[in-house]
Design a protein around this ligand. Structure first.
Ligand code: FAD
Length: 437
């Protein structure tokens, strides 16, 4: 039977996917939506709370139905939806690798062709020419890759998340934060159907549907049967002068899949964000006899990560390589074994809907992923998507927790690392005086 539009709907997590879900449900006419989060938007622990994210706009001519369908929905949102459209910057992108093996891998799908607008780059001079003089000053040792002048670029991540939350609130969605939003547990009838949630203030919020969008923290509320591997990446900022910020404007994204990437500095604070590239960090602890990667918040990064950031800068912009960091943090996402999303009703717990498993590529989909989650809630998700995104514990039996899952890193970091191996004095100290999360 159809869910009444005034039914109570609880969304756990006001991060990237929770906000997208709230927006799409509100647009479908639901009038009683509550989004619960420990933090007000933008949550400092949301993977989407970041100055910018990379986005390739054109849906690649290669790939399966599922990849194309979600890419099309995403692209349409960035091009046409007034909530998101102002935040996409079609600046182009350079994608490169250092090793032959990684280069072959990224071009193996057949998409990196001149017909698709990708121009080969292989010398330091060719890389430097992709940006105004004075931006790229490095030698690009061993780099080879491709440059695309449009159809790719970056999105202002935090701003688009805030824009979506504003629109959802305007359409009547309620956002609760602090102890009133921090969800402690799901509330069941007979251990089966989910009736809602209990928050840290002791309140029980009842919902006809409860939607779990807690990102890497989903496991805290539900046994995910090893389908999620919480994995963290690292980001660092350096401060630019107003003069530098003028030169560093409208730049293509520069991405080496084994070294790292950067996008132009943000227009408000003139901070340049750099991510070093690696297959991620887990935080392995034993919990009830089982190995679990448990996320934690921290606005510092391992010193070895800072070194990788500086190595990336040495190769691309050596004039910035020793500038102090102005901000750094670890940022958690959760990988499914095949890095496809997990968007489904729960097979055993009636009225529980899952919107998790963003697998490191979930931000670009903020425009549209909520509509797939809403489709799952309304039991009308396209069967091909429903199959790909299903609850699939059988795919995680005996899971190889060290699997690279299609990612790379420089020599020595080309493996999933463990925060337990990073001692307390092996972290950066920037921001230690700030509020602990
Ligand atoms: P989140 O955005 O993390 O949201 C989870 C929310 O749940 C948070 O707000 C949190 O506060 C809340 N929460 C947790 N526990 C509770 C609880 N108990 N009660 C209430 N609320 C709770 N993707 C791209 O597409 N392009 C990129 O270039 C890109 N770059 C990335 C770079 C880095 C460094 C990282 C870490 C990720 C990157 N991603 C990128 C991936 C993308 O950011 C994520 O896939 C996406 O943001 C995940 O969204 P989410 O809603 O699942 O999780």
């Amino acid at each position: 039977s159809q869910l009444a539009k005034d039914s109570h709907i609880i969304i756990i997590g006001a991060g990237t996917w929770g906000i997208s879900t709230a927006l799409h449900l509100a647009r479908r006419g639901y009038t009683n939506i509550k989004v619960l989060d420990k933090y007000p938007v933008p949550s400092p622990i949301s993977a989407g709370n970041d100055v910018n994210k990379f986005l390739e706009l054109d849906s690649s001519p290669v790939g399966d139905y599922v990849s194309k369908a979600i890419a099309q929905a995403t692209v349409s949102g960035w091009k046409n939806d007034p909530v998101f459209q102002p935040y996409y910057h079609d600046t182009g992108a350079i994608i490169a690798a250092t090793s032959e093996a990684a280069r072959e891998d990224i071009s193996s799908g057949g998409g990196m062709t001149s017909a698709n607008g990708w121009i080969p780059r292989s010398t330091g001079r060719e890389f430097r020419e992709t940006m105004p003089q004075g931006v790229l000053t490095g030698e690009f040792p061993g780099w080879k890759g491709w440059w695309k002048k449009d159809g790719a670029g970056w999105v202002a991540a935090r701003k688009s998340m805030e824009s979506a939350a504003r629109e959802a609130a305007r359409l009547g969605v309620t956002f609760l934060s602090g102890p009133a939003g921090e969800t402690r547990e799901l509330v069941y009838t007979d251990g089966k159907a989910v009736r809602g949630v209990r928050t840290a203030d002791g309140h029980v919020h009842l919902g006809a549907k409860t939607i779990l969008c807690a990102g890497a923290a989903a496991e805290n509320l539900l046994d995910m049967k090893d389908q999620l591997r919480p994995t963290a990446w690292t980001l660092a900022h350096i401060k630019m002068t107003p003069e530098e910020a003028k030169i560093y404007k409208d730049l293509p994204v520069l991405f080496n899949v084994e070294r790292g990437f950067f996008m132009e500095p943000d227009e408000d604070k003139h901070e340049l964000k750099i991510c070093d590239e690696h297959p991620g960090y887990c935080n392995w602890v034993t919990d009830g006899g089982k190995l679990k990667s448990r996320p934690f918040a921290r606005q510092q990064i391992p010193l070895e990560s800072e070194q990788r950031v500086r190595q990336f800068l040495k190769e691309t912009m050596p004039h910035l390589a020793s500038r102090p960091l102005s901000f750094a943090r670890i940022c958690w996402c959760a990988d499914t074994p095949d890095r496809k999303f997990l968007i489904s009703t729960h097979p055993e717990h009636q009225d529980l809907v899952l919107g998790v498993g963003a697998s490191g590529h979930g931000f670009a989909h903020i425009t549209s992923v909520g509509s797939f989650i809403a489709d799952a809630m309304e039991s009308k998700l396209d069967p091909r998507l429903a199959k790909a995104f299903r609850w699939r514990p059988e795919t995680a039996v005996g899971r190889d927790w060290g699997a690279l899952q299609g990612r790379y890193g420089p020599k020595g970091s080309n493996r999933v690392m463990n925060f337990q191996d990073v001692s307390e004095d092996e972290w950066t100290t920037i921001g230690l005086d700030q509020v602990k999360l």
